[in-house]
Design a protein around this ligand. Structure first.
Ligand code: AMP
Length: 589
């Protein structure tokens, strides 16, 4: 399948043509101005007569035809902002266009050019499927603690929250890093550091973004070419009172007159590094501040994830500036991160390689790789179009009360050596049962009595509670998939014969167990995230977003939610869920 990918901005248009994962054309029209723009096609640079985005897009079919690539199968578009509902790529139709337009106030500088490009592309290729891929989607897995600003409720109701950007880049480099390490992404805690004209860091915990440094807008976080990154919001009132600046002047300066440009007189890191090397104190401060801010975020995310397995550098600066990587990594030995200076000096990034540049004995891997957002957009488009339409099919919903899975050692500690649990009743999943015995859980705030034990025994203790239970215990249980227990809180388990302090306390992420045959019938694959509408009793009912699909042989298809979720949906006895059609393609609201 040949996929044309557009990344449109107000002053430039980048595009790429992909045949599978192979890029067969790379082009850009840049710096639109009266009478023309700069053009680069497959590395050949020149001038072109196109003075704006519309003229540049109109020229693309000619560029393709000249190179014998007129036949294309689909068009992908990068969008900066998809708001809270686009959890993945969307097949563009009138509903999707309206939903994207509704998000424009959140990305007034970015989405309009992207929308314009999409409209023009739809008129040039009216019969081709066109797909929107959003920079924000990857971060929609962030927990509320990472997305919420502590501001008045009315502001939050108006849409003030953290989103995060560069998601396509962070997702791509995290996958690429896992591939380079030869380990499943779901086992890794990665900080992805994208340092280009825009810059952001992202905590990718076991395959999902859990926090990122850009916030409601792409202004928050790291120092950038012309953007400020973090600034005390109290400064804006001060600027207004002292300098008489209004909000729009302040905002414009934070986007376009700040960052490296403000500190060192150039937004281009190569210039700043040259000036610093020739003794310019402003440039030296800019570089120190740039590296310091990035280092702070890496440390913060290591703490947020409860550990760190890899740091990945990407973006023009992350890929090319050995000295910036060195400055950022220096002093992180306490985290087990050490660079190898020779490997860091000139890593080979050709053909999307992802070399490791950490020193021997470094516990944390350090990887450099070129970001390939357009390739990722082409991949996501292909996956979306290859996905069969799910058939509507009822999924039984099971409500899990608080329970524990124990190891043989834990049973011995709680019930006495040699004790065997009594299988009281089978569960719906073959081979699983609930024990007759109960235990208590105790945290710093309170105690939960008569907690169920589920069998069979496991290699690691796992304690599953609801969010409400975790507050009752006084502990902060993270939402996790079963088995992902690293860095989870400790809780006291109390049995008739003894106590056991164990980590493994989680709020289980809602999920659907299904077998390969049912998965195929529903058009689902292992690891998919789907939205499921559940009809509760009375006037309640709920669409459960981002529900993980877990496919394995021999299981009975069943959705598992916890008691908080069941209460919210008004579910008492048995209930059924239905897949929301085109879950990856449409906002749920
Ligand atoms: P991007 O937005 O990813 O294209 O990155 C642009 C940034 O990368 C600019 O600040 C460039 O100065 C910077 N950059 C590109 N090459 C180098 C290099 N060799 N050394 C330092 N910075 C570089």
């Amino acid at each position: 399948m040949r996929v044309l990918v557009f990344n449109a901005g107000s002053s430039s248009l980048k595009f790429g043509l992909f045949d599978g994962d192979r890029q067969i054309l790379k082009g850009s029209f840049d710096r639109f101005r009266e009478g023309g723009c700069d053009v680069a096609i497959d590395g050949h640079r020149g001038r072109a007569p196109h003075g704006d985005l519309a003229a540049a897009i109109a020229a693309v079919p000619g560029v393709l035809a000249e190179r014998g690539h007129a036949a294309i199968d689909a068009v992908g578009h990068r969008f900066a902002h998809g708001g809270p509902d686009f959890t993945g790529p969307a097949l563009i139709d009138e509903t999707v266009i309206a939903a994207i337009e509704a998000q424009t106030p959140l990305a007034p500088l970015h989405n309009p050019a992207m929308l314009q490009a999409m409209h023009l592309a739809r008129s040039l290729w009216p019969d081709l499927p066109q797909v929107a891929v959003f920079d924000t989607s990857f971060h929609l897995t962030n927990p509320a603690r990472a997305t919420t600003y502590a501001v008045p409720a009315a502001w939050r109701a108006a849409g003030l929250r953290r989103y995060g950007f560069h998601g396509t880049s962070h997702k791509y480099v995290a996958h690429r890093a896992a591939e380079a390490l030869g380990r499943p992404l779901t086992d890794l805690r990665i900080v992805s550091v994208h340092l280009g004209n825009g810059a952001s860091a992202c905590a990718v915990q076991f395959g999902a973004s859990m926090d990122s440094s850009m916030g409601m807008t792409p202004l928050e976080g790291l120092v950038m070419g012309t953007r400020s990154g973090d600034v005390d919001p109290g400064a804006f009132g001060f600027l207004h009172r002292q300098l008489g600046l209004d909000i729009s002047a302040i905002e414009a300066a934070l986007y376009a007159e700040s960052g490296l440009k403000a500190l060192a007189g150039s937004s281009d890191m190569r210039d700043v590094e040259d000036r610093a090397a020739s003794g310019d104190a402003d440039a030296q401060l800019a570089i120190n501040l740039y590296a310091y801010r990035a280092r702070k975020y890496i440390g913060a995310y290591a703490a947020a994830m409860g550990g760190l397995d890899a740091v990945v550098f990407t973006g023009g600066i992350g890929e090319n500036s050995a000295s910036m990587r060195r400055r950022i990594c220096d002093g992180m030995g306490f985290l087990g991160l050490m660079l190898d200076d020779d490997l860091n000096r000139a890593p080979d990034l050709t053909d999307l390689k992802a070399p490791q540049i950490q020193a021997q004995g470094s516990r944390v891997a350090v990887i450099v790789t070129e970001t390939a957002e357009q390739l990722m957009i082409a991949r996501e488009l292909r996956e979306l179009l290859a996905r069969p339409r799910p058939l509507p099919r009822a999924i039984p919903v099971a409500v899990s009360g608080r329970h524990v899975h124990l190891t043989a050692d834990a049973v011995a500690a709680l019930f006495g050596p040699g004790y065997r649990l009594t299988e009281a009743a089978p569960l719906r999943q073959p081979g699983n049962w609930v024990a007759a015995e109960r235990i208590a859980l105790e945290g710093p705030k309170g105690r939960l009595e008569r907690v169920a034990i589920l069998g069979p025994l496991r290699p690691r203790v796992q304690i599953e509670v609801s969010r409400t239970d975790s507050f009752a215990l006084g502990l902060d249980a993270p939402v996790r998939d079963s088995g992902q227990l690293d860095g989870t809180p400790r809780v006291r388990l109390i049995g008739p014969a003894g106590v056991l302090d164990s980590d493994g306390l989680i709020v289980a992420a809602r999920h659907i167990h299904t077998n390969p045959a049912d998965a195929a019938a529903m058009g689902l694959a292992d690891g998919d995230m789907v939205d499921v509408e559940v009809q509760g009793g009375g006037s309640r009912g709920l669409v459960f977003g981002r529900t993980l699909v877990r496919v394995s042989p021999q299981v009975v298809t069943e959705m598992h939610i916890d008691t908080d979720e069941a209460n919210a949906a008004g579910i008492a006895g048995g209930a059924e869920g239905a897949l929301v059609q085109d879950v990856h393609a449409r906002p749920v609201a």
